[in-house]
Design a protein around this ligand. Structure first.
Ligand code: ATP
Ligand code: MG
Length: 415
């Protein structure tokens, strides 16, 4: 039997594992600076939570969800995104009382049944942030700047920010009607678009097959009510005020139904078609719709694998500092348990205070030649050898594996 990882999933190891850890470490640093606190939610939820929040006429709910029944017949889904779960937790635990900053982040795997290709997988990682309880466009600006800072913290700079407004429940229906009028007579729409025209015409703007055909399409920005227009203008003033350059993408709608007013994406020209690294927006009605208190919210999610593809292309992580490896070895079997204790002490205390090292314990089943061969294999920089004659004088041998030079030092000098 030859088992393989399921289609669209990946084992992450070697440099890729280091890179994703580094990205998540840097992200946590920045998120903390902006006052965000971590929330971990289950990887599966009631399937209905996603249907209600993401919307039944979206790609995710129509074709991308992993839905299954458990032994009690509960209909569950592997999470396709993080916002719905965070909102569910926010309401369930009345988190608004426990964590009043309203700023939360999550890091973890998401699952979508998509056609696997570069930058699009069935299991992928997201880093997401949500800001609850602030309806001001300054919260939108803060989130866009935070998203941009996450990318620059790891050295990705040549990105572009795109913003748009989707209006609110007052002004969006006018735009919706204008779209139906515009698309109505169009004959050559794909099946999906034909079906969605009546139910969810905004989704047509995001159609990966047809959208290039839509020229002179009605534009949401011409339909915004005064409040939505004002908010969108203020957002732009705030972004300009901190020299954050952006573009207005009048067709930007996003793949989830819960967005209102501001939506945004950060894209990289290094990724060809799968170019969106971060996507987000405002969703002022979702918390209320899922049974919580009326709470405005804005958030985004970063696709870690896509960010890493860009980082690789730009050779950003090629010199991530690797820790020095040190092997403790024995030349005489009777020194084994003392050498083992020494190794554990070094593991805990470091070598002369340097804790950025990895220590490998001795084996009592190998002769010294095999231990040195192993040191070569793992690319250890040093082997510290317990040998009878030197040990009697309170000393250990140190073999520098780069130049082969062997020296001696007193045991006490190692700490
Ligand atoms: P797309 O239009 O590319 O399908 P989306 O609108 O479905 O994106 P979101 O749900 O907003 O994407 O997810 C936020 C980010 O997560 C995306 O910008 C992308 O970086 C990443 N992402 C989404 N789907 C996948 C996937 N299947 N594989 C890898 N990364 C993904
Ligand atoms: Mg998608």
């Amino acid at each position: 039997m030859n088992y393989k990882a399921p289609r669209g999933t990946h084992d992450i190891f070697l440099g890729d594992a280091m890179s994703i850890s580094f990205l998540e470490f840097k992200a946590k640093e920045i998120l903390k600076k902006y006052g965000f606190e971590e929330i971990r939610t289950p990887i599966f939820e009631d399937a209905d939570l996603f249907v209600r929040s993401i919307g039944s006429n979206t790609d995710i709910v129509e074709k991308e969800m992993y839905i299954f029944e458990d032994k009690k017949g509960r209909k569950l889904a592997l999470r396709p995104e993080g916002t719905a779960s965070l909102v569910r937790a926010f309401i369930e635990h009345k988190i608004y009382n426990l964590m009043p900053t309203g700023k939360f982040f999550y890091i973890g795997e998401m699952f979508r049944y998509e056609r696997p290709q570069l930058g699009r997988y069935r299991q992928f990682h997201q880093i997401g942030a949500e800001f609850f309880g602030n309806s001001s466009p300054s919260a939108d600006a803060e989130m866009i700047i935070l998203a941009h800072d996450l990318l620059s913290s790891i050295g990705i700079n040549n990105t572009s920010i795109y913003i748009n407004s989707l209006g609110c429940e007052k002004c969006r229906p006018h735009f919706r009607n204008a779209l139906i009028e515009y698309f109505g007579p169009t004959k050559d729409l794909c099946n999906n678009c034909c079906r969605r025209l009546k139910k969810n015409p905004l989704r047509l703007l995001d159609c990966k097959i047809d959208s290039y055909k839509f020229i002179n399409i009605p534009q949401i920005l011409n339909y915004l009510c005064i409040k939505c227009r004002d908010n969108f203008d203020t957002l732009q003033v705030l972004l300009k005020g901190v020299n954050c350059s952006f573009n207005i993408d009048k067709k930007l709608v996003r793949g989830l139904d819960y967005y209102t007013q501001t939506v945004f994406e950060i894209r990289s020209s290094d990724l060809e078609s799968k170019d969106t690294l971060i996507a987000g927006g405002r969703y002022d009605n979702l918390i209320k719709e899922l049974g919580g208190p009326n709470t405005p919210a804005v958030g985004f999610a970063l696709g870690s694998q896509r960010v890493l593809l860009v980082a690789k292309k730009q050779k950003l992580f090629s010199n991530l500092k690797k820790t020095e490896k040190i092997l403790i070895a024995i030349a005489n079997q009777e020194l084994f348990s003392i050498a083992f204790s020494f190794a554990i002490k070094m593991l805990r205390n470091g070598l002369k205070g340097d804790k950025n090292i990895s220590v490998f314990c001795p084996k009592n089943t190998e002769n010294l030649t095999n231990q040195l061969k192993f040191a070569d294999k793992i690319k250890a920089s040093k082997v510290i050898i317990f040998a009878k004659d030197e040990f009697k004088k309170g000393k250990l041998l140190v073999k520098n594996m780069h130049n082969g030079i062997q020296s001696e030092d007193f045991i006490n000098n190692f700490f």
